[in-house]
Design a binder for this molecule. Structure first.
Ligand code: PMM
Length: 283
């Protein structure tokens, strides 16, 4: 199982070019309580301005979410998520031509976001809802399938695996099979190990050390380690905004391992890290 052969991913409403290596996805959380940027971008004008700023800094994708999934968080009703994200997606889609992804596992939110101008689904439940899989197939959009043990409310209570790398990989491959069975082609599927989602520090480190095993599946891989709590544990940095250098280490590891996309808050800085690592890896 080699890497996806074609470095170009094109779909009816977008394209991504992976020929120079790992791309940067910028995070835009329109939430009051996300662990790092919660509350900063609830105001629509500020959220749009931040999206434009990340695009100008070289983000290849902007990932918009209206529900915090931090450990212990409670679900946000779809209508409220739609109210938060649709105006932002609509305004951004008019102004930038890079793809916008919607971070949701609710089919209603996904449908509204796609109508407003999003063109990628980012699903932390890896298409647990068959209706979301059908929507992705019908709309011909790429999908990010993320692994999570438990739910955000409980996932960090006592995560347990016999072999975290194999279990995460096998779970994601099984979800890919399901996605392909409803008509989503292989090149439109991204595997994401779900760093911090039902994982201890040791689990996160094993997953980052063995990213090559996810890359070797032949599917493209996305990793979201930006500013997460395990970086604080390793560095003693309590504030998420102080974890930028810790994040940079993960971005370099990801780019060197053949990961296709890193999902980050600090787009400008991580763009430099990815560029340098990509240049070395591809030299
Ligand atoms: N992490 C968060 C939210 N959405 N989506 C994907 N695909 N992968 C992730 O690791 C991921 C995600 C939580 O982090 P945030 O609060 O900074 O968005």
């Amino acid at each position: 199982m080699g890497a996806v052969a074609d470095p170009m991913l094109a779909w009816p409403r977008g394209r991504l070019d992976f020929s120079s290596g790992c791309l940067v996805m910028g995070i835009l959380n329109v939430t009051p309580d996300s662990f790092s940027d919660g509350g900063q971008f609830l105001d629509a004008d500020r959220a749009v301005a931040r999206g434009l700023e990340m695009a100008a800094q070289g983000a290849a994708i902007i990932d918009v979410g209206g529900e915090s999934t931090r450990p212990g968080s409670q679900p946000v009703p779809p209508a409220e998520q739609i109210r938060r994200v649709v105006p932002i997606i609509g305004a951004l889609a008019e102004k930038i031509d890079i793809p916008i992804s919607i971070d949701t596992h609710h089919v209603e939110v996904a449908r509204a976001a796609l109508l407003a101008g999003a063109s990628i689904l980012n699903d932390i439940t890896a298409l647990s809802d068959p209706q979301l899989a059908e929507l992705a197939a019908q709309q011909q959009v790429p999908v990010i399938l993320m692994h999570m043990q438990g739910t955000p409310a409980t996932m960090q209570v006592e995560p347990h695996y016999a072999d975290v790398v194999t279990e995460v990989r096998d779970f994601l491959l099984e979800r890919c099979e399901r996605a392909r069975s409803v008509g989503i082609p292989k090149e439109r599927l991204f595997l994401d190990p779900g760093i911090g989602f039902g994982k201890t520090l040791a689990h996160n480190l094993r997953l980052l050390k063995h990213l090559d095993r996810l890359v070797a599946t032949g599917y493209r891989v996305l990793v979201g380690a930006s500013r997460k709590a395990f970086l604080g544990k390793l560095t003693g940095k309590e504030k998420p905004a102080d974890r930028v250098f810790g994040t940079a280490a993960t971005v370099a590891l990801c780019a060197a391992a053949g990961v296709s996309i890193v999902r980050v808050h600090d787009v400008g800085q991580m763009q430099d890290v990815a560029k340098v690592t990509n240049a070395v890896t591809h030299s």
